[in-house]
Design a protein around this ligand. Structure first.
Ligand code: GLU
Length: 381
C-alpha cells in the first residue's frame, strides 16, 4: 500500500488502449424516483466520446436494468424474488440500452448491447465466442454496453454483481484498465462509517490477503456490489494484466475527474494483458489434445503468425473449441500451447486444407485460423 500520487497512477487510464468502465446502478438511477439520471449520464458520455477521440476503445458494463424495470412495471418496494428481478431486468434493460444509445448518438458513437451469463466467460467454448464478438465490435468502433443476462441467469449460474462481471469482461477483451464507478470512493483502512480514524488508501501496489481483509460487507441501497465484490473484481483484473480503479462516480464527468488525479483507489498491475494471457495459456490450462504441424507451419509460428488448418498434419485427443492443445513440431517435439478455435472433430475435418474451404467442409464460416496468434504461446520463443 502506498500514499500514492494519483496523477501518476491515472496514467493507467490515460494511456490505456482498451478500457472497461463499470457503472453502478446507484449512479445511473435516482434512488427516490427510479428514473435515469440524464444529466450525469450526459457528462459520462462526453467523457467517453473524448476517450474514443483519443483512440481508446471503451466497453461499458452497466447495471441499472433491475432498478429501472421495477419502476416501469410498478413493482412494490422491498426485496424482489428471483423471478421478479428477472422480469424487472427484462423490462429495464430496454430502457438502459436506449439511454446509452440516445446519449452517445450526438457524438456519433454506436452502441451494441451484449448480455452475458456466467457460462459465457467460464466455459472455454463460449469464452472464445464472447471474446471474438466483443473484439469485433470494438474494431468496428462501437461501444459495447454489457450487462448480465439477468432474465435467464438463475441463482446458481449468475455472477450476481456487475463488479465481477466487469472484471471478467476486462479479462475477456484483454483490457489495460478497469474502472469501477459506484457510490464507493475507494478502499479504507477500516469501515469509515464505523471508525472515524479510517484512512483512505489511494494506491495498492500488491493485493495481499491483508488488503483483502480490509473489505467490510459494505453495500449500497440500489446496486448489489460492495467492497468485497470490488476486491474480487480487482484480483481477477490484475491477474489479467489490467490496472484497476475503484472510484466514486457521483460527480459529473467522472472519468475526466479520475484522469486529473481525482480521489480513488488505484490497483497497479504487474504484467501487460498480453503477457498475462500468455502466462495463463502456458501455465494454468491442461492440454486436452495436440495438433501436429508441418515444417511450414512451424516456421510461420516461430515468426509470429497464427496456425492455419493447412499446416496441420495430425490431430490427437478429444477437445472442444476453446480448449488448450499442445502444438507439436514435425518431429513431435512440443513447440507450445494454444487455444483451439475448433473442436477435435472439426480440426480433423479441416486439417491440411486451405482456410477458404472451411465453410464447405464444416457447413459454417468459422475463423481462418485453427489457433490464433493471440491464443498461443511458444516455449523457448
Ligand atoms: N445486472 C443488474 C442490473 O442491471 C445489476 C447487478 C449489480 O448491481 O451489480 O440491474
Amino acid at each position: 500500500m502506498g500514499t500514492g500520487d494519483q496523477s501518476e497512477s491515472a496514467r493507467g487510464l490515460i494511456n490505456a488502449r482498451r478500457v472497461v468502465i463499470k457503472i453502478g446502478s446507484s449512479l445511473l438511477v435516482h434512488a427516490d424516483n427510479g428514473r435515469i439520471n440524464r444529466q450525469w449520464l450526459g457528462t459520462l458520455c462526453e467523457d467517453i466520446s473524448r476517450m474514443r477521440a483519443r483512440g481508446q476503445q471503451v466497453v461499458l458494463v452497466s447495471s441499472g436494468a433491475i432498478a429501472l424495470g421495477r419502476r416501469m412495471l410498478r413493482m412494490a418496494p422491498g426485496a424482489l424474488r428471483l423471478e421478479e428481478s428477472q422480469a424487472a431486468a427484462a423490462a429495464g434493460q430496454v430502457l438502459l440500452a436506449h439511454a446509452y444509445l440516445e446519449t452517445l448518438a450526438p457524438s456519433g458513437l454506436q452502441v451494441a448491447q451484449v448480455l452475458l451469463t456466467l457460462s459465457d466467460t467460464e466455459q472455454r467454448r463460449r469464452y472464445l465466442n464472447a471474446r471474438n464478438t466483443l473484439k469485433t465490435l470494438l474494431d468496428l468502433g462501437a461501444i459495447p454496453v454489457v450487462n448480465e443476462n439477468d432474465t435467464v441467469a438463475t441463482e446458481e449460474i449468475r455472477y450476481g454483481d456487475n463488479d465481477r462481471l466487469a472484471a471478467r469482461v476486462a479479462q475477456l477483451v484483454s483490457a489495460d484498465c478497469l474502472v469501477l464507478l459506484s457510490d464507493i470512493d475507494g478502499l479504507y483502512s477500516a469501515d469509515p462509517g464505523l471508525d472515524p480514524q479510517a484512512r483512505f488508501i489511494p494506491l495498492v501496489e500488491e493485493l495481499t490477503p491483508e488488503v483483502e481483509a480490509l473489505a467490510g460487507e459494505s453495500r449500497s441501497d440500489v446496486g448489489s456490489g460492495g467492497m468485497v465484490t470490488k476486491l474480487i473484481a480487482a484480483r481477477i483484473a490484475l491477474g489479467a494484466g489490467c490496472h484497476v480503479a475503484i472510484a466514486s462516480g457521483r460527480q459529473e464527468y467522472p472519468l475526466s475527474s479520475l484522469e486529473s488525479g481525482g480521489r480513488c483507489t488505484w490497483f497497479i498491475r504487474h504484467a501487460s494483458p498480453a503477457a498475462a494471457r500468455k502466462q495463463w495459456i502456458a501455465g494454468s490450462l491442461q492440454p486436452h489434445g495436440s495438433l501436429q504441424l508441418d515444417a511450414g507451419a512451424r516456421t510461420a509460428l516461430l515468426s509470429g503468425n497464427s496456425l492455419l488448418p493447412a499446416g496441420v498434419t495430425a490431430v490427437q485427443g478429444d477437445f472442444e473449441r476453446g480448449d488448450a492443445v499442445q502444438l507439436l513440431g514435425p518431429d513431435a517435439r512440443v513447440l507450445g500451447h494454444g487455444l483451439s478455435a475448433y473442436s477435435s472433430a472439426e480440426a480433423r475435418g479441416i486439417m491440411g486444407v486451405r482456410s477458404s474451404r472451411i465453410e464447405q467442409i464444416l457447413g459454417y464460416r468459422g475463423r481462418d485460423e485453427l489457433v490464433h496468434r493471440d491464443d498461443l504461446v511458444l516455449f523457448g520463443a
